[in-house]
Design a binder for this molecule. Structure first.
Ligand SMILES: Nc1ncnc2c1ncn2[C@@H]1O[C@H](COP(=O)(O)OP(=O)(O)OP(=O)(O)O)[C@@H](O)[C@H]1O
Length: 458
């Protein structure tokens, strides 16, 4: 196979896997050759090899096969002759620089980090891994090994309470045990800014610079905070470059991808993107249940047994939003309440005690979702939901969708009317009434409504 073919396939792959995935995983691959139906590629690191072979091998194979080559299998090897990055250990062994603010640098011989202490519960052991956070966890583990830097920076992003800080602390804990020789600094972007301002005020900017440039691993949490703060950004950029140039590991977290942070300088965005960018996806049911089970066990180990009816954890995992912090809060409140009143945690008690959290977590259902589900259920076209056809097989499902929109969303009748092809609010009212009337006498319709409700609430 020629490199031209691979070039064409790469162009196709950009479209198939998206630019981010392509740049991170596929672009660094080097085609070695195609022989006996086996295409061989070289990946720069073992981590990348494992990830690419697990997640992209089939797509690469299929795209190669489409060019007419007989490709049965793909093999990934790890590049042997890559110029070795300077190991962190070597950096640590260099003569120690003057460290003017030693209290903020964490290492075996150092004092605690003021303002950024590590939470002892935020360890890898306490981090539950599921599909939504699998890659972020694997990448964090890789950094925590303290070996040569394979991607720099590691950029973790995700919504509120999905475990970014937990993973960063876990890296720091692990490095502390495995590599006590490394100077690991963890702080929030806000603290970075305050330290910088303080240094400016006290005319200690050189000390500030030296201190940050003397760390082996720098971890900055919530970097979106420095957006729009020009001189802090400037300083952050120089710190960042100085550390990357020395092959020192940087780990950054934010609530969104680098390219989406508003008011962040372009050069910083592109610097942040040049390592490994991974997101923590919103939790799914399985992950939420796993986290609840782990937290319940930890609570029991600490406080003794708490009696709990079957199905409570499943109920919480089902009903509470994606934010793990809210999930934890609900469980803690439930246990505290149960131990105060000395009763078993029943479903009623859980619903009572968590009424506010459950209400706040209720999923917002949209009129479009309702129209789509109802159309699917009755096997009609989505466009008929908003179209003018009046035959019963279409008009009835449309009225059902109107009824559900009225009962499952907070939208007003005129608003619903607008979403149903600009119908008048009286038409919607008529549809809603019709279904209310029919559901008392038509069992099939009542059953359909129940089923649709459940599907929409799932
Ligand atoms: N996968 C997980 N396993 C166990 N606990 C988790 C997991 N994900 C999150 N948590 C817990 O949820 C809480 C919130 O996590 P964390 O503070 O790391 O979130 P975050 O993403 O940094 O949020 P924020 O955007 O608010 O800074 C913590 O108590 C953390 O231990």
């Amino acid at each position: 196979m020629t490199n031209d073919t691979w070039g064409t396939v790469r162009d196709e792959l950009i479209k198939a896997v998206g630019k981010n995935n392509f740049v991170t995983w596929i672009e660094p691959l080097r085609l070695i050759g195609l022989d006996g139906g086996i295409a061989r590629f070289e990946a720069p690191t073992k981590f990348m090899r494992d990830w690419v072979s697990r997640n992209f091998a089939e797509q690469i194979r299929a795209h190669l096969a489409r060019t007419g080559k007989a490709v049965e299998r793909i093999e990934f090897l790890v590049a042997a002759s890559r110029p070795a990055p300077v190991p962190l250990a070597q950096i640590a062994e260099r003569p120690a620089r003057r460290r003017p603010m030693p209290a903020v640098v964490r290492g075996a011989d150092e004092a605690e980090l003021p303002g950024a202490p590590l939470d002892s519960r935020f360890t890898f052991d306490n981090f539950v891994v599921g599909k939504p956070n699998e890659l972020a966890h694997a990448a964090a583990r890789r950094v925590a090994e303290g070996g040569p830097t394979t991607f720099n920076p590691l950029f973790l992003y995700g919504g509120v309470g999905l475990g970014k800080t937990h993973l960063m602390h876990a890296i720091a804990h692990e490095l502390r045990t495995r590599r006590p020789d490394l100077r690991v600094l963890y702080l929030s972007a806000e603290q970075f800014m305050y330290r910088f301002i303080q240094a400016l005020r006290e005319k200690q900017v050189m000390d500030f610079k030296e201190m940050f440039r003397a760390v082996d691993v720098l971890m900055v949490d919530d970097v979106q905070f420095i957006a729009g703060k020009d001189s802090t950004q400037e300083e952050f950029f120089h710190t960042f470059n100085a550390l990357v140039d020395q092959n020192k590991q940087i780990v950054i977290s934010a609530d969104r991808a680098p390219g989406e942070i508003k008011d962040l300088e372009e050069r910083i965005k592109s610097r942040l993107q040049c390592g490994l960018v991974v997101d923590l996806h919103p939790t799914d049911y399985e992950l939420r249940l796993g986290i609840l089970q782990q937290k319940a066990e930890a609570y029991r180990a600490q406080h003794g047994n708490v009696r709990m009816a079957n199905g409570i954890l499943e109920f919480l995992a089902h009903r509470i939003s994606t934010n793990v912090r809210v999930l934890e809060g609900a469980l803690t409140r439930l246990f505290a309440f149960a131990s105060l009143v000395g009763r078993e945690i029943t479903m009623d008690l859980a619903q009572d005690c968590l009424a506010d959290i459950l209400r706040a977590s209720e999923r917002k259902i949209t009129i479009e979702e309702i129209q789509r589900k109802v159309a699917e259920h009755y096997n009609i076209r989505l466009s008929d939901m908003i179209g003018p056809k009046r035959v019963r097989t279409i008009a009835r499902p449309r009225q059902i969708a109107m009824y559900l929109a009225k009962n499952m969303t907070t939208r007003s009748l005129p608003e619903i009317g607008r979403r149903f092809g600009g119908r008048d609010h009286t038409t919607i009212m008529h549809g809603v009434r019709k279904i209310e009337e029919l559901k008392g006498s038509d069992n099939q319709l009542a059953e359909d409504l129940n089923l649709l409700r459940r599907l929409l609430e799932a």
